[in-house]
Design a protein around this ligand. Structure first.
Ligand code: NAD
Length: 666
């Protein structure tokens, strides 16, 4: 079957692309488009041309299966030039999505007609790239600087109705009548004639580019691609088209060859791979999850519940006492109302979601739940007690999950008569916001239970990763490897602010001590002020408990902005003096070597022990659970960039036991 065919409709030639599933720009499609235009130009009876796609969508982008293979067929830019410079009007007829190369194809057409449900955009920036086939040069010539700059730097698509308002689309078609409407529109445009995009003047003020940079300074911190996209739009306003194209190509190649886009493309595939359970038979039947129970309405239980309510799944939430229950439910409502006030959803939706929530003080009310998630205190005794009770109450076939951060899920499972139904669902705080879900597989967890929870995670918009049982699973286990050396560096003379700054400059949302203050320094504290064995003990004994009481490693104002604290530094110095370690200058490089390299090392150990399915899953955990910068691709990807040899040498210098598999790579 040919992927591009032509049909004559009187004086209009329709070029029809049919390259399932998404009409990607494979070499034969490019060839067919070029041939189609040439056919139209050679035939005097043809006065205008429609470019339309069969199936579910307009051209959705490049053909990724051709990446890295020797080029075949005409070059994409050559095809685009042929369309744009055609002496007869060419009309793009758009349905589904016109993204990336798909939109770039539509941009060289002289007019665009679309169904209202179509989406148009250039998402390249999300992969650390820019639309490199003239997208940055042609888009501003059609929609002006402001819209073009916003589209290329955000990567967010626009619905066709909005695109019509902005001039990106010239006419809207009926949802079911695109084929006919496009031909009629093409006929109308015969009188207008062709309108090469490259010849159109650019409207708008480049001041908007600086405004966008200022408004997104935080979001784009560290990223190259948004700035490169904007530089190209800016170039379009001052350079002739051909020179602008050269500028765009140079910027594109810089991004394509750089590590950021490689990292972002790695994450794109890593996220999709994470959903896969190795060795899962195809015929596994998933369990039906219609009703969820949550135990504990504290920090985590409330946030966990919100995920399900938002997905339209009813939740029964259990607490020990009425005041804790009321407080927990109140926080959920307050969070929803705050989101509604920001326009994220309607007030009606808030009531609808709250209507799906059943608060109760009785665990008996969980009897008919299909999944119960425990989020009570982090204590093995408490958890065993809860699971023992659940075992007696909840119907057979239900999945029983724990949100434990560190504890042994096998031991928790053993407190029930049905360990095959038990697993960990480790959400991250705030649980309604953070996208990561570590799904912890116990030794006896049934495959169908695991597969059910992995599938359910998509419904609640989480990115789930399978982890096997070990202390802290993937994420927190690696976090411990960072915190230990960070504490030691304080004893050797570094300050919390110095260490944290190295981490935030690296791109983390916060450093180890800012994170400790956020979580609370008294977590796990023995509460005996006379026993001072660590810097944390000393800070707690002095009443410095972290953000919650306004002072920890830092001092906090009412808005919880932290500043270095003279008192904390004095406490640290006093404790440090007892360690007999000489105080010395510590370089930023040493902080990286001692706090980040051990995380990479631990990642290798996790893989050696089979606690993670694949290295890219570890990257997913750190990006979605802890805010590791996407443009560095996660600790394992970053470790490869740094180089195993360099990492091993540094770890050995600092006396860290190196994972065999990491050593083998060096
Ligand atoms: P929390 O103290 O805020 O909430 C725990 C709640 O459980 C309290 O409201 C308490 O009244 C209730 N509770 C205790 N025993 C109960 C019982 N038998 N029946 C009903 N309710 C009971 O604690 P949290 O921060 O929400 O942590 C809960 C769990 O989630 C812990 O295992 C923790 O390790 C884990 N976790 C916490 C975080 C975090 O950042 N806070 C992140 C991931 C996982």
């Amino acid at each position: 079957m040919q992927s591009v065919t032509t049909e004559r409709h009187g004086d209009v030639l329709v070029i029809l692309v049919n390259n399932p599933p998404v009409n990607a720009l494979s070499w034969h499609v490019r060839q067919g488009l070029k041939d189609g235009i040439e056919e139209a130009l050679a035939d005097e009876a043809i006065k205008s041309v429609v470019l339309r796609c069969a199936g579910q969508t307009f051209i959705a982008g490049a053909d990724i299966t051709e990446f890295g293979k020797p080029p075949q067929g005409p070059d994409f830019n050559e095809v685009l030039n042929t369309i744009e410079l055609a002496g007869k009007p060419v009309i793009a007829a758009i349905h589904g999505t016109a993204l990336g190369g798909g939109l770039e194809t539509a941009l060289v057409c002289h007019y665009r007609i679309a169904v209202p449900s179509a989406m148009l955009g250039v998402p390249e920036v999300k992969l650390g790239l820019l639309p490199g086939a003239g997208g940055t040069q042609r888009l501003p010539r059609i929609v002006g600087v402001e819209v073009a700059a916003t589209m290329v730097s955000s990567g967010d698509p626009l619905p066709a109705s909005k695109a019509k308002e902005l001039g990106l689309v010239d006419a809207l078609a009926g949802e079911a009548t695109l084929a006919d409407d496009a031909i009629a529109f093409a006929r109308e445009m015969i009188a207008q004639g062709p309108r090469p995009t490259r010849d159109r003047p650019i409207k708008g003020d480049i001041a908007v580019i600086e405004q966008l940079k200022a408004a997104n300074a935080r979001k784009w911190k560290g990223f190259d691609a948004p700035y490169a996209n904007l530089a190209c739009v800016e170039a379009a306003t001052r350079l002739p088209f051909e020179e602008g194209m050269v500028f765009e190509r140079t910027e594109f190649m810089k991004l394509m060859m750089g590590s950021q886009s490689a990292a972002q493309r790695h994450m794109f595939f890593a996220e999709r791979k994470a959903a896969k359970i190795d060795g899962l038979p195809k015929d596994v039947q998933l369990r039906d999850i219609k009703k969820v129970g949550v135990i504990g309405a504290g920090t985590m239980g409330g946030g966990i519940s919100m995920n399900f309510l938002q997905a339209g799944i009813p939740v029964t939430i259990v607490e020990m006492a009425k005041d804790a229950l009321d407080r927990g439910v109140g926080v959920i409502r307050k969070n929803y109302e705050a989101s509604a006030a920001k326009g994220r959803f309607s007030a009606d939706k808030v009531e609808k979601m709250m209507g799906l929530l059943t608060p109760t003080l009785s665990m008996e009310d969980l009897a008919d739940c299909d999944l119960v998630i425990e989020a009570v205190y982090e204590s093995m005794d408490v958890k065993k007690d809860v699971f023992g009770k659940l075992d007696k109450i909840v119907k057979q076939g239900a999945i029983l999950a724990s949100n434990t951060s560190y504890l042994d899920v096998n031991e928790i499972a053993a407190s029930t008569s049905r360990p095959a139904d038990v697993l960990g669902m480790h959400f991250f705080s705030p649980a309604n916001v953070m996208k990561l879900l570590e799904v912890v597989r116990g030794d006896k967890t049934a495959l169908d239970a695991l597969a059910t929870v992995m599938a359910l995670s998509k419904k609640i918009k989480k990115v789930a990763v399978v982890a096997d049982v070990c202390h802290g699973f993937i994420g927190n286990r690696m976090l411990s490897e960072r915190q230990g050396p960070a504490n030691q560096l304080l004893l050797e003379g570094a300050t919390p602010a110095q260490i944290d700054k190295v981490h935030t400059d690296f791109g983390m949302p916060m450093g180890p001590f800012q994170m400790a203050d956020l979580a609370g320094l008294d977590i796990g504290w023995h509460r005996d002020p006379s026993r001072i064995e660590t810097i944390r003990d000393a800070l707690c004994a002095a009443g410095r408990l972290g953000q919650k009481n306004g002072k920890g490693f830092y001092d906090y104002d009412e808005k919880r902005n932290g500043t270095p604290s003279a008192e904390a530094l004095a406490i640290i110095e006093e404790f440090r003096a007892t360690s007999n370690l000489p105080k010395r200058e510590i370089s930023d490089q040493e902080i990286i070597e001692r706090t980040l390299y051990p995380m990479v090392n631990e990642g290798y150990k996790i893989l050696e022990e089979g606690k993670a399915q694949r290295a890219s899953d570890i990257d997913v955990v750190w990006i979605y659970g802890y805010g590791w910068p996407v443009y560095r691709g996660g600790p394992m990807f970053w470790g490869d960039l740094e180089g195993a040899g360099k990492i091993v040498a540094a770890l050995e210098k600092h006396g860290v036991k190196v994972a065999d598999s990491l050593k083998a790579k060096a």
